[in-house]
Structures are given as structure tokens and as C-alpha cells.
Design a protein around this ligand. Structure first.
Ligand code: TEU
Length: 593
């Protein structure tokens, strides 16, 4: 009695249109460019495309500042192009989910323009507040009449989260850029508008939504009342007091089991909140994106990169895999358009680039949950060799870094180059490298909006498809495992158990469904490592022994073993899953039944 659903069995592929493929030579990717690559996506075998925002936008934050929810950004094409894209995907059996950005709009959205002008009922669509005159302790800029902002919140992209508006004589809240005012979800009319807009998109035939920073939509009373005393950060807006009411209402009004809905949840999400968002009796989302593994190797700022420990990474996944088990569904991702390239962050983008990209892919596709592949990941694209601030376009790099320089927090970009270059969102946004012998990697005939990684001559789609040993072919094989009737149920529905949590170099886990087990062993180092199924005393000594593990040393000889996939050649003779050496970044998946 497996609780099946198509989105549990799917692999999602994320397309960041600006950087995917440009057909009109303006240096910016477009929808016809995606259409041109439909056969490519079908060949790779993915089941769903998540499209980052393609709506009309002044692009202060690359489309996450939406000026009109129901029209297509002219740089990307037309509504007719979008319809052709949807049809082309559906013809190939691929579904489409759209980005839903409703914590905020652009300041150029008609609602905000009218809100500012106090037309109709629009003033209350956004969060307008009086400033403070008791400015003790406030060290930032003051508004007119020496007013301080309503509270001391800083915005995600640097600087205060409030902006004074001359016309209104009040301040508006923007948790992100000054051009991204937050919508007032307290206002029923706002919720109504959003739900109608979502229904409209569903009528166009889409298959679900990825919901941008959706756990920020309920603001704490301190914003409404300006009392109790103001917090100095916006922690209280994460999973705010009415969050489940609003998402639950959306669930009742608009969503259904048959849609793939994935909520991006920033900050800390407790397991109780998570179960409420995605659990069986929850608000109605299929899954969520948490950030726990994205925050292991960094502080809050881009210049605070400090690496990560494998045991911590395993701990994050154990927490989520076990925490939602039997109730809610996991989503798994190792990078996206806001994050460094996974192979540069969690793997080795030098000598073992191919091996480690395959290993990370093995992890992604054999965890419990729906895998999300970010464009370029399937060929092992790497971080970009940034040299100066001129190489960046991202508001979330340029603003915080220049503010920090102005405020003397950091000396210069150069002084923190390594950390900033590791973490900047622009690493993910450099154009997809389609070919090695065309200028700009075949992305555009014009000047790309963001530099193409110079390593495109070595790392590109054309060469990867021509090489049967490439990351691309391995990804294709991983993706196909979910269509394979023999392994599919075990891979999709088997429960997860970490065999040796405290092991600092290896990640070994099982997936169990009835009498079948998958054994996954991953070497996260550039050295050879020895793997043995742990014996009870060993894991016990390390403090993490569990006698209910689905596999212990001593059991395996009785089982039939089959090597399902591996990123190195494995000789049959060598094929004993209880004990073997793993080469640098080697990954093996056995089936034991
Ligand atoms: O991201 C939210 C978010 O938390 C990131 O912008 C964060 O700052 C980044 O991951 C660095 O850690 C979403 C979108 O994915 C992002 O592209 C938008 O800029 C943002 O919301 C505002 O809409």
C-alpha cells in the first residue's frame, strides 16, 4: 500500500531562462531558446521543468520583482511563445511548474503604483508604517523630520528593510530589494487577487508551482503594531503567526493533490512546521525547500565561507529524511539559481570533477524524495573564476559587498575574493555551456548578459553527449532509474537509514522497501577509503549505533547482490558489498534482496 503520486516519482529540472539559451542575439536567454532545447530535455529524461520567473519585470532581481503576473517579460518572448513551450513539453510527457512570487511584487506593479497614489483600496495592499521619532540607538539613515524606520530590520540584500516614500509620507516594508515591496497578506483582497491569479495559471494548463519565500508572507504583530519593542532582525517573519492559515487557505482554495507544489522556506523550519506545510493533514503543499545544508559552510555574509564537515551534511539529511518519513515528502537539491555550483561546493571541481559530480548526482537521486537538477549540473558545470566586482551582476552580491566596504566591515572585494567568489549566486547564473567550439559556449550570438565560464571548451553539452563516460550520460542513467520498473519502487519509496553517521569520509546508507534494500556508499574524499559494513560494537562506540538498522555486518552473505550503478568500473570479483575499497569520490549503489 504505497502512497503513490506522480510528483514523488518525478525528476525536476530547473531552467533559469536568462541563462539557458539565447535565440535572438540580445545576450539574454529566452523562451524560444528553451523550445529549441526540448528534445535535449526529453533525451535527458527529466519529467518536470521548473521555470524561474518569466513575467514582466524591471529585473531589479532577475524577474523576482514582478510587474505583471499575467504577462511574459518581453526580453523572454511572448505569451504565444510560452504556450508553445507548454505544448512542446506536454507533447513530450514533461510537466511544467511555474515560479510563484507573492511575498512581494515589483514597485512597478500596478498595485504598488496605485497603493502609493492611494487609489481605490490599494493603499492596504502593501505594508505602510509611520517612522519612529524615538531614534535612540538607531545608527542608520534617518528619513525626513529625523524619523527612523518603523523598526530596525535589515533587508536580505543589505540596508534597511524599510524605505521612506515622499508621496505617501510613510515607510514601506521590503524584505528584499527596495524595488520589491512586501504584499500585505493580512488584507483579504490581496489573498483573493493572488488566488485568482494562481487559478488563471492553472487554467492555462500548468502542473504546479514553486513558491518563492512562501514562509515569509505572514508578518509578526510587531510589524502591525510597532509594539512590543522592535526586533533587530526579521527572524520573526519566518513562519509567522498566520502562515499556516494563509497557506492552508491557498491549499483549500487553489491547490490539489495532483499538482506539484514546492514551497521555498527560508531560515529555520522546525519539523513541526514542516509537517504542517507538507504532511498528510497539513496545509496542502507537496514538498518544501529548506536551506539547512546550504547554510553549513557559511555565515550570513558572503565573506564568511568556512567549509563544511561531512558528518554535518549527513546530519541535515538524516534529520529531514527521518523527520518527514511516513507523513510528508522531501525535495532534494544540491544547488539552484541562488547557490554555488554543487561540484565546486561539495565535490572537487579540479582533478576529480567528473567523479565527484557523478557522486553528488548519485546522492541526489538515491535519497528519499524528489530530486531537483539545476541546469548545467548534468554536465558538471563549475563555479566561475571571478576576478573583480565588475564580473558580477547579482544584487545580492553587489549590494552587500559594497555596503560592507563602505561601512568598513571588509576591506575590499580582493581581500575577501575567495569567499565571495565561492558563494555568490552568479556562479549558478553564468550561461549554460552548450558547445566547446562556438563563441560564448554556443549560448548566444551576441554579448552574454553575464560572462560564460572560460572552461566551456572543456565542459560543455556537445562534448558530454559525445562521451559515454561523461557526467551527462551518468545523469541520464540515474534519471532513468526512476522509470525502471525493476528498481523504481525501491528508489522512490524505500525508507532511508544512515549506516554510519559519525564516519567523517564516507556516507553509507540504505533504502528499504519490504525485503529489498539499496545500499549506497559514497567516498567524499580524494583518497582511497576502506568501507566495511559497520559492526554493532563499532557504531556503538561512536555513539550512533542503532540495532534496528536494516543492515548489519554478517547478514549480507545470505542476500543476492546486484550492482545498480557506480561511477567507476567495478569488477565482478570485487563486487562484495560488505567490504571494499573506494577510489577517490567513488560511488556505488548495490541492491540486496
Ligand atoms: O530566494 C530567497 C533567498 O533567501 C535568497 O535570495 C538568498 O538570499 C540566497 O539564497 C543567498 O543565500 C528567493 C529566490 O530564489 C531568489 O532568487 C530571489 O532573489 C528572492 O527569493 C527574492 O524573491
Amino acid at each position: 500500500d504505497i502512497d503513490r503520486n506522480w510528483w514523488k516519482e518525478a525528476v525536476v529540472y530547473q531552467v533559469y531562462p536568462r541563462s539557458f539559451n539565447d535565440t535572438d542575439g540580445d545576450g539574454v536567454g529566452d523562451i524560444p531558446g528553451i523550445i529549441e532545447k526540448l528534445d535535449y530535455l526529453e533525451d535527458l529524461g527529466v519529467d518536470v521543468i521548473w521555470l524561474n520567473p518569466v513575467y514582466e519585470s524591471p529585473n531589479a532581481d532577475n524577474g523576482y520583482d514582478i510587474a505583471d503576473y499575467q504577462s511574459i517579460m518581453s526580453e523572454f518572448g511572448t505569451m504565444a511563445d510560452w504556450e508553445e513551450l507548454l505544448d512542446g513539453l506536454h507533447d513530450r510527457g514533461i510537466k511544467l511548474i511555474m515560479d510563484l512570487v507573492v511575498n512581494h511584487t515589483s514597485d512597478e506593479h500596478e498595485w504598488f503604483v496605485k497603493s502609493r497614489a492611494d487609489e481605490g483600496d490599494f493603499r492596504d495592499y502593501y505594508i505602510w508604517r509611520e517612522g519612529r521619532t524615538d531614534v535612540d540607538g538607531w545608527t542608520g539613515d534617518l528619513g525626513p523630520d529625523d524619523e527612523a524606520p518603523p523598526n530596525e530590520w535589515g533587508s536580505f540584500f543589505g540596508g534597511p528593510a524599510w524605505e521612506y516614500d515622499e508621496e505617501v509620507g510613510k515607510w514601506y516594508l521590503h524584505i528584499f530589494d527596495v524595488k520589491q515591496p512586501d504584499l500585505n497578506w493580512e488584507n483579504e483582497a490581496v489573498r483573493e487577487e493572488v488566488f485568482e491569479m494562481m487559478e488563471w495559471w492553472l487554467e492555462q494548463g500548468i502542473d504546479g508551482f514553486r513558491m518563492d519565500v512562501i514562509n515569509l508572507i505572514s508578518k509578526p504583530p510587531s510589524v502591525t503594531d510597532n509594539d512590543p519593542p522592535l526586533p533587530d532582525d526579521f527572524g520573526a517573519t519566518f513562519n509567522g503567526p498566520k502562515i499556516h492559515e494563509y497557506i492552508g487557505e491557498m491549499g483549500d482554495r487553489v491547490l490539489s493533490e495532483d499538482l506539484l507544489t514546492v514551497g521555498e522556506m527560508v531560515g529555520d523550519v522546525s519539523m513541526d512546521d514542516a509537517r504542517q506545510y507538507v504532511g498528510r493533514d497539513g496545509d496542502g503543499l507537496s514538498m518544501l525547500f529548506h536551506f539547512d545544508h546550504m547554510l553549513l559552510d557559511r555565515g550570513g555574509d558572503l565573506w564568511q565561507y568556512h567549509g563544511y564537515d561531512l558528518t554535518d551534511l549527513k546530519g541535515v539529511f538524516r534529520h529531514w529524511q527521518k523527520g518527514l518519513e511516513g507523513d510528508g515528502w522531501n525535495s532534494n537539491y544540491l544547488n539552484n539559481h541562488d547557490q554555488p555550483r554543487m561540484v565546486s561546493r561539495f565535490g572537487d571541481d579540479g582533478e576529480y570533477r567528473v567523479e565527484s559530480a557523478k557522486l553528488l548526482g548519485t546522492l541526489l537521486h538515491t535519497l528519499h524524495g524528489t530530486p531537483y537538477v539545476y541546469q548545467g549540473e548534468e554536465i558538471g558545470m563549475t563555479n566561475y573564476p571571478f576576478e573583480s566586482l565588475d564580473d558580477f551582476q547579482d544584487v545580492d552580491t553587489l549590494n552587500p559587498v559594497s555596503n560592507a566596504i563602505d561601512e568598513g566591515v571588509i576591506e575590499s572585494f580582493e581581500a575577501e575574493k575567495e569567499s565571495i567568489s565561492m558563494l555568490s549566486r552568479d556562479n549558478a547564473r553564468t550561461p549554460v555551456q552548450w558547445s566547446g567550439d562556438e563563441e560564448h559556449g554556443g549560448f548566444t550570438d551576441g554579448e552574454p548578459w553575464l560572462g560564460v565560464n572560460p572552461n566551456y571548451d572543456e565542459i560543455n553539452v556537445a562534448d558530454a553527449r559525445a562521451d559515454s563516460e561523461s557526467v551527462w550520460h551518468y545523469y541520464k542513467e540515474l534519471i532513468a532509474l526512476r522509470d525502471d520498473s525493476e528498481h523504481k519502487d525501491l528508489i522512490v519509496y524505500g525508507s532511508y537509514d544512515d549506516l554510519w553517521p559519525s564516519h567523517t569520509d564516507l556516507w553509507a546508507y540504505t533504502r528499504t522497501l519490504d525485503d529489498d534494500r539499496l545500499l549506497v556508499v559514497l567516498n567524499f574524499t580524494s583518497e582511497t577509503q576502506e568501507f566495511r559494513l559497520p559492526r554493532a560494537e563499532e557504531t556503538h562506540a561512536a555513539g550512533d549505533y542503532r540495532d534496528d538498522l536494516p543492515l548489519h555486518a554478517g547478514e549480507v552473505p545470505d542476500l543476492d547482490t546486484e550492482l545498480v550503478i557506480a561511477n567507476y568500473d567495478v569488477d565482478d570479483a570485487d563486487s562484495d558489498p560488505t567490504e571494499f575499497d573506494l577510489r577517490p569520490w567513488e560511488a556505488r549503489v548495490y541492491r540486496l534482496s
